[in-house]
Design a protein around this ligand. Structure first.
Ligand code: ACO
Ligand SMILES: O=CC(=O)O
Ligand code: MG
Length: 510
């Protein structure tokens, strides 16, 4: 295992995951692909003018399809997402969903402990041996009377390092650590399925495809065993849906409309582009706003033309078992969201909480009748232009004081949770994770840097944000509060826009 050093501390059963052979496997992927990954990350900073690419016209106009879905991925009508913490792993597997998106990304803080224990839990989950006893003595075991979801793992995006593993003197790449360790230990079970986050181009999809091809060859796994669903959750990727599927066509199983990161990416890409690109308060940008609708319509159309699954996204409303009124409102809103997606042709959707599984199932059951999906809904009438995707003026609403206060409050609370190791949190009855927190802070950055004036006539300045930040700090407490406030100020206000809030935050955790 020359050239590989594990710098992270001991984690229970970590030796079963961080074996010399597994680390050698990850290092092999790193040596082959790190340079390309670095180049592609650097390319992102160019922020080219957006439009459908001339050089790939033949791919868009060509007649090709992705590989047919394997049996465990033919019916994806309800996918529950969640971190790979042990209790939640058991709960997700018992939830009745068709798929569990085991999240090493938006819902996870990549503390070394979470990275390694997440792999332990995934190992046990894949083998049906996961169980847990809570500190209060409650036993969690897998139920025999509920069909077990197919597990689809979401590794970190290309941007995050994993500095607890050093390869040839450099930090490892989070994406290759998460994928590599999972594939190495679980490929033999025949269902290495992944969700791929935050890509910005088909060249990044080509990189994943090359990683998959190499990984399968090295372990003697047949080409095409891996299946990946790509999140279309950045604005540049919306212009390359066909191309992304094409690059991954032997391994592709679908695209997902990751609405929260998509909004974040939109704000980030056009953060300094002037008033036509400024978005109003987060809660006024719903999925029926024309530019968001253009995105989901194009996604369903593209997927079904290519035989790929179109997966819906996350409504952030979550039930509260202690508050029936909150639960009733959340269920109604989630039901509306899933109804729209099912009617638009999606093949299934995401839920954040076990109590939402039946709601989503009911809607898609009705829509599918006796079909396992609706790949046959080709939506030939859909035609989406670049102008429609970029028509941000189509979002009605304004920037408000409540919007500023909520962005600061949610952003700081989320960072506090993240620093404490919980990458997803219920805040004011909404699911908040890395993607939604990115919207909070990037929106403030955009408003401050574009001289936005609130609907009550107040200009949004750094000073205003700092004043609200001080008020929020007063209300909160917790071990890492100072750090959460400091990080929030940096990611919301620093002159040089921070690409991802998780980058500086990661520097500060163990
Ligand atoms: C933008 C995106 O990327 S979306 C995808 C990423 N985000 C996510 O995956 C978020 C997933 N959801 C969650 O993490 C959680 O639901 C939260 C943090 C929002 C709320 O969690 P809690 O406050 O624990 O909710 P609540 O108290 O209602 O939970 C009730 C039970 O359901 C379990 N539960 C809640 N959500 C989940 C889930 N997603 N998966 C598995 N179990 C869950 C809890 O563990 C708890 O179990 P228990 O009764 O055995 O103790
Ligand atoms: O990952 C999903 C999103 O909405 O972001
Ligand atoms: Mg996301």
């Amino acid at each position: 295992m020359s050239g590989v050093r594990v710098l992270g501390g001991e984690v229970e059963r970590g030796d079963e995951i961080l074996t010399p052979d597994a680390l050698e496997f990850v290092a092999g992927l790193h040596r082959d692909f790190a340079a390309t990954r670095d180049e592609l990350i650097a390319r992102r900073a160019e922020r080219r003018p957006l439009g459908f690419l001339d050089e790939t016209r033949e791919i868009r106009e060509g007649d090709w399809r992705v590989a047919e879905a394997p049996e465990p991925l033919r019916d994806r009508r309800v996918e529950i997402t969640g971190p790979t913490e042990r209790k939640m792993t058991v709960n997700a597997l018992n939830s009745g969903a068709k798929v569990w998106l085991a999240d090493l990304e938006d819902a996870n803080t990549p503390h070394w402990h979470n990275v390694v224990s997440g792999q332990v839990n995934l190992y046990d989950a894949a083998r049906g041996t996961v169980e847990h006893t809570s500190p209060e003595g409650k036993r969690y075991t897998l139920r025999d009377d509920v069909p077990r979801p197919t597990i689809v793992v979401r590794p970190r995006g290309w941007h995050l390092p994993e500095r607890h593993i050093e390869i040839d003197g450099k930090p490892a790449i989070g994406a290759l650590v998460d994928f590599g360790l999972h594939f190495f230990h679980n490929a033999e079970l025949g269902k290495p399925y992944y969700y791929l986050p935050k890509m910005e181009s088909h060249l990044e999809a080509r990189l994943w495809n090359d990683v998959f091809t190499a990984a399968q060859r090295r372990l003697g796994v047949p080409h095409g065993t891996i299946r990946a669903t790509v999140l279309i959750e950045t604005i540049p990727a919306a212009f390359e849906m066909d191309e992304i599927l094409y690059e991954l066509r032997d391994h592709a199983s679908g695209l997902n409309a990751g609405r929260w990161d998509y909004l974040f990416s939109t704000i980030k890409y056009f953060r300094d582009a002037g008033p036509d690109f400024v978005l109003p308060d987060r809660n006024s940008i719903t999925m029926t706003v024309p530019f968001m609708r253009a995105y989901t319509e194009l996604l369903v159309h593209t997927c079904h033309k290519r035989g790929a699954f179109a997966m819906g996204g996350m409504a952030a409303f979550i039930p509260n078992r202690r508050d029936p009124e909150v639960t009733r409102a959340a269920l109604a809103k989630v039901r509306d969201d899933k109804r729209r997606e099912a009617g638009d042709g999606f093949d299934g959707s995401w839920v954040a909480h076990p109590d939402l599984v039946p709601v989503c199932a009911e809607i898609f059951d009705q829509e599918f009748a006796d079909r396992p999906n609706q790949l046959d809904e080709l939506r030939p009438e859909v035609s989406v232009t670049a102008e429609q995707l970029l028509d941000f003026k189509s979002a009605d609403g304004s920037a408000t004081r409540a919007g500023v206060e909520s962005a600061v409050d949610v952003g700081v609370r989320y960072l506090l949770s993240w620093l404490n190791g919980n990458g997803a949190a219920a805040i004011h009855n909404l699911m908040e994770d890395a993607a939604t927190a990115e919207i909070s802070r990037s929106q403030l950055w955009q408003w401050v840097h574009n001289d936005v004036v609130l609907d009550d006539g107040t200009p949004v300045t750094a000073e205003l944000v700092r004043t609200v930040l001080a008020q929020v700090e007063e209300k909160l407490e917790g071990e890492h509060l100072d750090l959460a406030v400091e990080l929030f100020e940096q990611v919301a206000l620093a002159d040089e826009f921070v690409d991802f809030l998780t980058l500086p935050a990661y520097e500060r955790i163990g």
